[in-house]
Design a protein around this ligand. Structure first.
Ligand SMILES: Nc1ncnc2c1ncn2[C@@H]1O[C@H](COP(=O)(O)OP(=O)(O)OP(=O)(O)O)[C@@H](O)[C@H]1O
Ligand SMILES: [Mg+2]
Length: 268
């Protein structure tokens, strides 16, 4: 699919995407078009449906209605590991690293859905498996180098600072060389210096050819980094366009102010 105006390929497109939880529409008819290349942000107040949207795109939850196209193929009904193999990778809002495993082992888990050796081959350590294993280790090391953690590959993940655990999660997601990387609040819990480093890392990832879709509450970070912004509110898309326009959009301002006022009232 080509974007007529820019001549760019649409990497991810959702149409009429809906996810219902009991009576609640967590995602309510969202149309999203993400061109290949660059950083695209999804923002919105707490509970707006951002994480649910990522869960739908990565295949963790099934949509109640709507379609998801990735690189021109309909992936709406594909399992998460099949989507990973097509090039969709993600990190989680609540860090999911294996604390007792080393950094290298954590990065290797990012390659599991991509390995082709059968269990029999792995147990018997057939030559094909040994070759795959060597390649997997090399790719995991590259991913650790990308995020600047290569010198600590033998340490346990639990020894890392919170910010470094977030970087490790990005390494795991990047190990398979995805076309699309979904980052759910990567700057959460990071100090200002770590956040600056994260921005530089995302730039390197994009320059190397991976498209990034990021959910983030840090507005300065979003505005400085993103090529486009989509704003969700109560599951609905209320804005899509350049970051500078998002900031000036009356509907977006109201959604944020409304949420802040509501939070203040609730805290009384
Ligand atoms: N598994 C679930 N079961 C029931 N309700 C859910 C479930 N997951 C999400 N929701 C609800 O769907 C809505 C959207 O949640 P979601 O986590 O997608 O929001 P979010 O925009 O990521 O918010 P935050 O900024 O707080 O992370 C919320 O009202 C949430 O309570
Ligand atoms: Mg969320």
């Amino acid at each position: 699919m080509a974007d007529a105006e820019e001549g760019r390929v649409t990497l991810l497109a959702t149409s009429g995407l809906i996810r219902r939880y009991a009576g609640l529409l967590a995602v309510d008819g969202v149309d999203l078009a993400v061109p290949e290349g660059g950083v695209h942000a999804v923002i919105g107040p707490n509970g707006a449906g951002k994480t649910t949207l990522f869960n739908l795109v990565s295949g963790l939850v099934a949509p109640s209605a709507g379609t998801i196209m990735f690189a021109g193929a309909d992936v709406t009904r594909l399992a998460a590991d099949r989507r990973a193999r097509l090039g969709i990778a993600r990190t989680f809002q609540n860090i999911r690293v294996f604390g007792a495993m080393t950094l290298l082992e954590n990065a290797l888990t990012g390659l599991h859905p991509l390995l082709t050796s059968s269990l029999v081959g792995i147990v018997a350590r057939l030559p094909r498996f040994r070759r795959e294993e060597r390649q997997a280790v090399a790719r995991a090391r590259e991913a650790l180098a990308l995020v600047g953690l290569q010198a600590r590959e033998g340490e346990r993940a639990a020894a890392l600072s919170y910010g470094d655990q977030r970087r490790l999660e990005i390494a795991r997601a990047m190990a398979g060389g995805p076309r699309l990387l979904l980052l759910d609040e990567p700057a959460a819990g990071m100090n200002p210096a770590e956040t600056v480093g994260l921005g530089a890392l995302i730039r390197r990832i994009v320059d190397a050819g991976t498209t990034v879709l990021v959910v983030e509450h840090d507005m300065r970070f979003v505005m400085a980094l993103s090529d486009s912004v989509t704003v969700l509110n109560f599951g609905r898309r209320i804005f899509s366009g350049p970051p500078a326009e998002a900031r000036a959009d009356p509907g977006v301002i109201e959604a944020y102010l409304g949420a802040k006022v509501a939070a203040r009232l609730a805290a009384r």
